[in-house]
Design a protein around this ligand. Structure first.
Ligand code: PMV
Length: 326
């Protein structure tokens, strides 16, 4: 009735932005990401007949109420129904990186919770079924079930049973680094779900954005297979900028960037003109993730640390999928 699992966050190279079904949390299009080590969430789940309610501790703090707790309880309810289990659970979860600041802690969080809670409930799910389950907590969490490079399939079925991630290449395939330049403290202002919904409702660029995704996915497969950094640079930057363009064109416009975000975009492009191999991507927050080959990591780290407005730089590499910890 007890299990501990670890999962890593991931960063999308071809972005997910928009849903085809809100209740089932089905994405409107596919996406493709790299799973990031050594950042991780570690989650312990214990189902206990003696508990009178679900208890959730996040990063050392007991979560007594609010939307975060409700989201975890709804997720546990799904697992209890699958396992035909009545007991409440104690969930203790810790991130070794800053939470809720556009670093996709919901991805590693729901991937770790899916694996730990199903295992504690006595269920043995395949990676595909775990990915379907994790998706119900957070779309990007479906990708964190897999290591290396993972693609999310949007699927076509209304029940979401074909809407899961799959591995594109294992973590040993390409020795890239992803440096996370943190440009703000505290939680982001508008969560990704609200940002997506506003974009879908009010942005005249939303439909155009969706059309760009399938060809970018196809090209990203080829670039990753061939370890073609220049090609991946072009795909990842345009996917990121078009996703943000669709949000910026919402009414009122949604702008996740701060001055340091913009400064970093220019810094990266400038360094590339000077011969460096590096590109940026940005999620629903102000931080900038910069990819480069392992050999250029030290130089890129120095460059990012020298940029005004950067608080911290985290160096990451391709990581494994969600796994149990004994
Ligand atoms: O999984 P969610 O609902 O937190 O949405 C993630 C959205 C982005 O991070 C902006 C893009 C992505 O594909 O991860």
């Amino acid at each position: 009735m007890k299990a501990v699992a670890r999962a890593h966050p991931n960063i999308a190279l071809v972005k997910y932005w928009g849903k085809r079904d809100l209740a089932l949390n089905l994405p409107a299009a596919g996406s493709l990401s790299m799973t990031l080590a050594p950042l991780h969430t570690e989650t312990r789940v214990t189902f206990d007949e003696a508990l009178g309610e679900d208890q959730i501790e996040m990063n050392g703090v007991e979560v007594l109420e609010g939307p975060k707790k409700a989201r975890v309880i709804a997720f546990l309810d799904g697992i209890r129904a699958m396992a035909k289990l009545d007991a409440f659970a104690r969930v203790v979860t810790d991130n070794n990186f800053p939470t809720a600041a556009g670093l996709a802690s919901s991805a590693s969080g729901f991937a770790a919770l899916a694996l730990a809670a199903t295992h504690a409930a006595g269920l043995e799910l395949s990676p595909t079924d775990l990915s379907i389950l994790a998706r119900q907590g957070s779309g990007s969490a479906a990708r964190s079930i897999f290591g290396g490079f993972a693609e999310m399939l949007s699927g076509t079925l209304t029940d979401g049973s074909d809407c899961h991630a799959r591995q594109v290449a294992p973590e040993g395939h390409w020795d890239l680094r992803c440096l996370v330049a943190i440009t703000a403290e505290g939680e982001k202002s508008l969560g990704s779900t609200d940002g997506m919904l506003e974009t879908m409702k009010t942005s005249s660029y939303y439909k155009e954005w969706l059309h760009t995704v399938p060809p970018d996915l196809e090209e990203a497969h080829r670039a990753i297979d061939a370890r073609d950094f220049e090609h991946l640079t072009a795909i990842a930057e345009r996917s990121c900028l078009r996703m943000h363009a669709s949000a910026i064109a919402a009414d009122p416009g949604i702008l996740y960037w701060n001055p340091a975000t913009v400064r970093l975009i220019h810094t990266v492009r400038h360094a590339r003109r000077d011969g460096g191999n590096l590109f940026f991507t940005i999620d629903a927050g102000p931080h900038v993730k910069v990819f480069c080959p392992a050999a250029e990591c030290d130089a890129v780290e120095t460059l990012l640390r020298q940029t005004e407005g950067v608080y911290e730089v985290l160096v990451t590499r391709p990581g494994p999928g969600a796994h149990l910890v004994t």
